[in-house]
Design a protein around this ligand. Structure first.
Ligand code: AVJ
Length: 387
């Protein structure tokens, strides 16, 4: 039976890790992986539908804790969301389902593409201004990161913080327990001055949990243009929820891609090598695999378009012909007309005015903004206003 939702420290020597079943879909291999790859972790129980629970004694016990708040049956969410999305007109999917194991790696590949300037631009900003950024927040800082993923850019800020303070508490929140686990271990190896308390959770659940404990001066990070998947209303909701766990004078470093020339934007989401197309089509491959559907990937085409009025790049999957697809797990035949599009992602672009408004509407002030040398991407310091 699913029980432990939050791992409380069980005493100084113990660490409770729950492994995300999505990331370790095969319990036998997960157990083997844990024994072979992570000697400090001993798998003690395998139960239920591929949920693996480990009671572990860790070498870094007091330095690393993961709280797993991820729901136990992630497939139930996918099935329900696919059913709903295919019943809607126009059909649509949620971008969070891009990131299965292959999808996450395709996204890593996207970040290396010449057309996808976002990652490089943000990296350039952080390399150049990390010291200035952390200097603009006073006091002994705790670092909080929403959607930390592989945490490679975070490293630059951690280094800057450790140049100005001897120790650092880092609280990453990410939907993937396995990403948190591996990125945390790597960070702890590089930075002995770090203590990590990670939350495997969606943003809102993670924030609700974090709000329960008081924290000193906090710098929150929301990097990589991760805000771009939120519709305007949801962006407000998210920033207000984040503002609630902060105190006046705490800050948020928000990475936001800027509005620009259509050709540049569309190329970034429709690269010549076809990696973004594969990333998009992988949604169908995932539904085939996990919900026993029979999408023929060759019968769908990747489409990326900048809607200037909405200020967003849209991704779609377009049916090349009239066809019927079965989704076994939903006992659902779905028909597509020729040229019919399923909407798979919005990526909102901002300008500095919009960012100021966003801050003002959510209890922040846009205190400073740093740009890359091509002025394509922005890193914004939102300072929390008086409570
Ligand atoms: C991870 C949401 C920031 O919108 O640029 C990249 C996702 N989609 N290429 C973005 C994405 C297609 C990315 N974010």
């Amino acid at each position: 039976m699913p029980q432990v939702e939050v791992a409380e420290p069980q005493g100084p020597r113990q660490l409770l890790i729950e492994i995300d079943p999505l990331s370790y879909p095969d319990p036998v291999n997960s157990a083997r992986y844990l024994r072979a790859g992570k000697r400090e972790v001993e798998a003690s129980a395998i139960r239920g539908d591929a949920v693996l629970e480990t009671q572990a004694v860790a070498r870094n016990q007091e330095k690393f804790l993961i709280h797993n708040l991820v729901k136990r049956d992630p497939l139930a969410g996918l099935a329900e969301d696919v059913r709903r999305g295919l019943a809607t007109q126009p059909k649509r999917f949620l971008p969070k389902y891009f990131y299965d194991q292959l999808g996450s790696q395709l996204f890593e590949a996207i970040c290396l593409l010449p057309e996808y300037y976002l990652t490089r631009a943000e990296n350039e900003i952080l390399v150049r201004y990390a010291d200035e950024i952390v200097a603009s927040v006073t006091g002994d800082i705790t670092l909080l990161e929403m959607g930390s993923g592989s945490a490679s850019k975070t490293r630059l800020l951690i280094e800057a913080l450790l140049r100005k303070q001897p120790e650092l508490r880092f609280i990453p929140v990410d939907i993937s327990a396995s990403a948190l686990d591996s990125s945390s271990r790597i960070l702890l190896q590089s930075f002995p001055q770090l203590r990590i308390e990670a939350y495997a959770a969606d943003y809102f659940a993670g924030l609700a949990e974090i709000a329960k404990k008081p924290r000193p001066r906090t710098l929150a990070l929301f990097l990589g243009s991760n805000i771009s998947n939120f519709d305007p209303d949801d962006a407000l909701k998210f920033l207000r929820a984040l503002r609630q766990v902060l105190r006046a004078g705490d800050a948020l470093l928000l990475g936001a891609d800027l509005k620009k020339d259509r050709a540049v934007l569309e190329a970034a989401y429709d690269d010549a090598l076809g990696v973004t197309a594969a990333f998009n089509l992988n949604l169908l491959a995932r539904i085939n695999r996990e919900l026993r559907a029979d999408f023929n990937l060759r019968d769908f085409r990747h489409v990326a378009l900048y809607d200037e009025r909405e200020g967003r790049v849209e991704m779609h999957l377009e049916s090349a012909r009239e066809q019927t697809v079965n989704v076994g797990a939903l006992e659902l035949p779905i028909t597509f007309g020729e040229g019919e599009r399923m909407h798979t992602e919005n990526s909102y672009k901002y300008d500095l005015e919009g960012l100021s408004a966003l801050a003002a509407e959510t209890g922040f002030e846009r205190a400073e903004t740093w740009l890359d040398s091509n002025e394509r991407f922005s890193s914004n310091l939102f300072v929390a206003c008086g409570d």
